[in-house]
Write a protein that binds this ligand. Structure first.
Ligand SMILES: [Zn+2]
Length: 482
């Protein structure tokens, strides 16, 4: 038989459970309503599109180090201030300044054709009169690696392998190596220049630019990308056993390093302002298009989402920090400068996120949290599901800029976009506003506002080990309440 004391205790426990459950469900309903309200606002808001429109029309292409780059920095500061971010500031980033003057290529034998090319970023110039040489056609970076220097010596190397479309952009990682590494491998075998088939997935007659990386131990040779149909044309001629000669003329300019800026806007947290939820995109772009998809879209999405969370009556528990990085395209220079400037603060970076994959709809949630910290993902996934978003793996890469933070131990999360068409336009003259779908941007903002709201108002930590004593104490309390 139970003693009265035990009975009293049991009653107390069950009442407590009842109260805590009802409190929880009221809280959950409230939280649910808040998420729904934010999502509906996002799905009706034109802010992200308006930001992309303004950036691409009023600034346009913004290659690091150029006047347009500095104009973009001023644009971003002005927009963040106008949108009412609590704190807006910029941090200096030293950037390389390179620009193209002209790029021409012609097949001069056995037939005559003008080729559509684009100099790779950072490429050296040819002599003023250009280079005329027979070509060495090879399929891929791998086949170039095993080519005999006797075959390559004195020639213009042409790599013709294409890239297949994929929703995740999965083939980019492999394809981009021919752009970054091809020149030095060709040069080490005596080549005088290199033309690569564009790292892209469309068959339009435009070339896709992007950085070339010269190795220290090889001569620097001129490097350019060929449009896909022109790579096909060369392949057709070679297939018929006709040797091809090309005249290539690239003229580029190198300037002294310049100062650009990471532009930062914050919505200050009310409870734990030192804890940072970082939402980022990059402000710079290549010079061929107007950088609408890469990465005007990302700038619009993260800025609009953070702005929607701002409210006169309430504020998030944690600080939301929007970082618009400088000089992503030429080697993640803004991201590296951010890491350096915020070293001491890294332990307070709760989560880093990035939007840099164009304007396609978000279709998957990916994370990289400590394996025992996935409880929060269930909650986040439930909130994202109405937006047609699947749950993905826990091996998120995050994005190029925040990979720097990820490597320093900051947890990352990806709202993964459908990138099927992204590499049709990427780094081409076709990366313009008309390719941006305003409805897709709204869906992105709805996903981002959901994620930022839930993370910034959560007590959850996503790292393996808490970094400070207070963190440990806080985590214990947090885990108890979950
Ligand atoms: Zn980008």
């Amino acid at each position: 038989m139970r003693t009265p004391v035990i009975r009293l205790l049991l009653l107390t426990f069950s009442l407590a459970a009842l109260f805590s459950e009802s409190a929880l469900s009221i809280e959950n309903n409230h939280a649910k309503n808040k998420v729904q309200q934010l999502q509906s606002q996002a799905l009706e808001s034109d802010l992200a599109y308006e930001l992309v429109r303004s950036l691409t029309v009023e600034v346009g292409a913004r290659l690091p180090g150029t006047e347009a780059d500095i104009k973009a920095v001023a644009w971003a500061e002005k927009k963040l201030i106008a949108l009412g971010f609590d704190k807006v500031y910029k941090e200096p980033v030293s950037v390389k300044h390179w620009s193209r003057i002209q790029a021409t290529a012609n097949i001069i034998a056995p037939y005559q054709h003008r080729l559509v090319i684009s100099a790779l970023g950072g490429s050296v110039s040819t002599p003023e009169q250009g280079i005329t040489a027979p070509i060495y056609l090879t399929k891929s970076l791998e086949t170039l690696k095993v080519a005999s220097p006797d075959d390559v010596m004195g020639k213009i190397v042409v790599i013709y392998e294409g890239m297949q479309k994929h929703k995740t952009g999965a083939n980019y990682g492999k394809a981009v190596k021919k752009r970054s590494q091809g020149a030095s491998i060709a040069a080490s075998k005596g080549a005088v220049a290199i033309l690569i088939r564009s790292v892209g997935t469309s068959n339009h007659r435009l070339a896709h630019t992007g950085m070339v990386r010269y190795q220290k131990d090889a001569p620097k040779i001129p490097a350019a990308a060929l449009s896909s149909p022109d790579a096909d044309l060369i392949e057709e001629i070679v297939k018929a056993d006709k040797p091809v000669t090309i005249k290539l003329n690239l003229q580029n300019q190198f300037f002294e390093d310049k100062t650009s800026y990471n532009v930062i806007g914050e919505i200050t947290g009310c409870e734990r302002p030192h804890e940072i939820v970082l939402a980022s995109a990059h402000l710079d772009s290549w010079d061929e298009g107007t950088g609408a998809l890469d990465d005007g879209a990302g700038v619009g999405i993260v800025t609009a989402a953070a702005h929607l969370i701002q409210s006169k009556s309430s504020c998030p528990k944690r600080t939301i920090r929007v970082v618009l990085y400088a000089a992503e395209e030429i080697g993640l220079l803004g991201a590296k400068a951010y890491l350096e400037a915020h070293k001491e603060e890294l332990k307070d970076h709760i989560l880093a996120t990035e939007s840099d994959f164009g304007g396609g709809p978000v279709w998957q949630l990916q994370t990289r949290f400590a394996p025992n910290k996935l409880g929060f993902v269930d909650e986040l996934f439930r909130a994202l599901k109405p937006l047609d978003i699947e749950r993905g793996h826990n091996k998120a890469y995050g994005g190029p800029d925040i990979s720097v933070l990820k490597n320093a131990g900051v947890p990352v999360l990806s709202l993964y976009q459908d990138g099927t068409d992204y590499f049709d336009y990427h780094h081409t003259a076709d990366d313009t506003l008309d390719k941006v779908n305003s409805k897709h941007l709204q869906q992105n903002v709805a996903a981002w506002v959901t994620m930022l709201h839930l993370v910034a108002n959560s007590d959850f930590y996503f790292r393996e080990q808490p970094s400070t004593r207070e963190d440990i104490a806080h985590m214990k309390n947090t885990n108890k309440s979950l």
